[in-house]
Design a protein around this ligand. Structure first.
Ligand code: MSP
Length: 515
């Protein structure tokens, strides 16, 4: 096992409804970095899962005439099926109703209790069930939830509290000494000004319903669902259980991926909870933006949420993944539309990538009986040198983009090579070389382009795993998912001579109908 570890998580999704484009977006982004890190030799732990407790879920179950457990058991497989359909290579899938999680949550409470960070008090204030968030009277806007504008309910209960207010300075010190903790920068500023404004103690238990993890020292209280949920990132690794080998190995996480709406939980409450328990916070919380359709956040409550399945049916899995990673800058809001998706598909995938592979394999078949020619021995021409140079800088450019989670630039770097391949074929015109009987140059041109395609497939693999595996198979190469040193495998000249290539169906058949 590699000693370089990489631990990335998605938020755990509420099971009040089925997965939609927004939740799929985070999950695919996490999958792409997980896949890439496996290709850079990291021992990767990629966690996703479900947030199954709380009032909102209990309510959804009741609305559907089921017990909460029946309800979550009915919805959970739909998430797994959606992620399987989207090629999400998670290493673990946690559900907060699992015994391992409940055990971890209770161990955490015992720790905080023993350390003196919990006390009993009275809570009086407002609560937004859809957001599972407490609000004070002053925070409400026109008497509604300031986040989602929906109705809030008044609650007055005996609750247990976490001394969050004691963590203002420790958090500010932590942000100072860990400048990469909150990303991107704009979010960091938002978090800093929030914490500088002062922190109140946090109610961490509820008594007016039972669908949650009981506090070990007050069984009539169930854990506030957000605390329950945040702990998944460590309970999945065995925190609080007998076997914490994975916890020792992977914690602290490299990234908690979240949407920008949940950064206060992840960048304020979460690190404070961990500091209180004597556990290191994650190295980084990266907040991405919202997917917007016609200028509005896409969400279940707005009724404008689409299912990933409807788009996958039309465009295919890899094109789906490509579109969201290529068209929306990770960390910013991004508008998505059917028009731009069709455009990306036809332009980048059908024309640039799919067409290149088809033409090249056709020519290999036609001119070399479907066998890869040998690497050229003649001096490279200027055109060859340009192609080689672009292939040569790709690993570094790609890595530089991926350490910033800049998927757009990473894909652009891969496309620099794909586009150059197309230019190279046009300018070198293998068909003319064939006509003129210049066999040596023809072999050189075909070899060079095949080699560049082999390399392109490596760097498109994290986002488009199926196509890349397919391209490698068509080239007669082995299993691309077995690559653990992408930079070494991408070194020029490793395509062996005499491999039997196969043409196959077009990778991305053009879409003709209107958006
Ligand atoms: N259960 C909590 C998370 C707990 S993590 C310890 C939750 N769940 S959620 O299902 O409502 O949302 C999960 C994530 O999906 C959030 O990060 C949210 O930002 C993201 N998205 C929901 N709609 C979205 C868009 N339209 N666009 C992008 N992401 C969006 O919150």
């Amino acid at each position: 096992m590699s000693d370089k570890t990489f631990y990335v998580t998605t938020p755990i999704y509420y099971v009040n409804a089925e997965p939609h484009l927004g939740t799929a977006y985070t999950t695919i982004a996490a999958d792409a970095i997980a896949r890439y890190r496996r290709m850079t030799g990291h021992d990767v732990m990629f966690l996703t899962g479900l947030d199954e407790h709380g009032q909102k879920i209990a309510q959804a179950a009741e609305d559907n005439g089921m017990s909460p457990q029946e309800w979550v058991d009915a919805i959970a497989p739909k998430f797994k099926a959606a992620w399987d359909m989207l090629g999400v290579s998670y290493d673990d899938f946690i559900r907060t109703t699992e015994p391992r999680h409940k055990k971890g949550v209770q161990a955490f409470w015992t720790e905080l209790y023993d350390r003196g960070f919990l006390y009993q008090g009275n809570y009086e204030g407002w609560y937004c069930v859809p957001d599972e968030t407490y609000w004070t009277e002053e925070q409400l806007e026109d008497g509604k939830c300031p986040q989602c504008s929906r109705d809030v309910q008044f609650i007055k209960e005996d609750n247990w509290f976490f001394k969050l207010s004691e963590f203002q300075q420790p958090l500010l010190d932590f942000y100072e000494s860990h400048p990469d903790f909150v990303q991107p920068e704009t979010r960091r500023n938002e978090v800093l000004s929030f914490v500088k404004g002062g922190l109140r103690d946090l109610s961490i238990s509820r008594t007016n319903f039972t669908w949650g993890v009981p506090l070990p020292f007050a069984e009539d209280h169930v854990t506030y669902v957000w605390i329950d949920a945040l702990l998944n990132y460590i309970t999945a690794l065995g925190y609080g259980g007998e076997d914490h080998e994975r916890f020792d190995r992977y914690w602290p996480a490299d990234y908690n991926f979240v949407g920008k709406d949940i950064i206060r939980f992840h960048c304020v409450i979460w690190p404070a909870m961990l500091l209180a328990a004597g556990i290191a916070p994650p190295k980084s919380v990266f907040a991405h933006g919202f997917l917007l359709t016609k200028g509005e956040k896409m969400s279940k409550s707005k009724g404008n949420a689409q299912t990933p399945a409807s788009l996958v049916e039309r465009f295919g899995v890899d094109a789906y993944r490509y579109y969201f990673m290529r068209d929306v800058q990770f960390g910013q809001d991004g508008s998505i539309s059917m028009e731009s998706m069709v455009q990306r598909y036809n332009g980048d995938l059908a024309n640039d990538w799919g067409n290149l592979v088809s033409r090249l394999l056709n020519m290999t078949e036609k001119y070399f009986d479907g066998l890869t020619p040998a690497a050229p021995t003649a001096e490279p021409t200027d055109a060859d040198a340009t192609l080689l140079a672009i292939a040569g800088v790709l690993p570094e450019k790609y890595e530089a983009a991926m350490v910033r989670l800049d998927y757009v630039s990473a894909l652009e770097a891969a496309w620099d090579l794909i586009k150059e391949c197309n230019r190279y074929i046009e300018t070198q015109a293998p068909w003319t070389l064939a006509k003129e009987g210049d066999d040596a140059r023809l072999a050189a041109v075909i070899y060079n382009t095949l080699e560049a395609v082999r390399i392109s497939a490596l760097f498109t693999a994290p986002v488009m795993p199926n196509t890349s595996a397919d391209v490698w198979t068509r080239l007669g190469l082995g299993d691309i998912t077995a690559v653990t040193d992408i930079a070494a495998v991408a070194e020029w000249g490793q395509l062996p001579a005499g491999l039997r290539v196969s043409k196959g169906e077009p990778l991305y058949p053009r879409i003709y109908e209107e958006a």
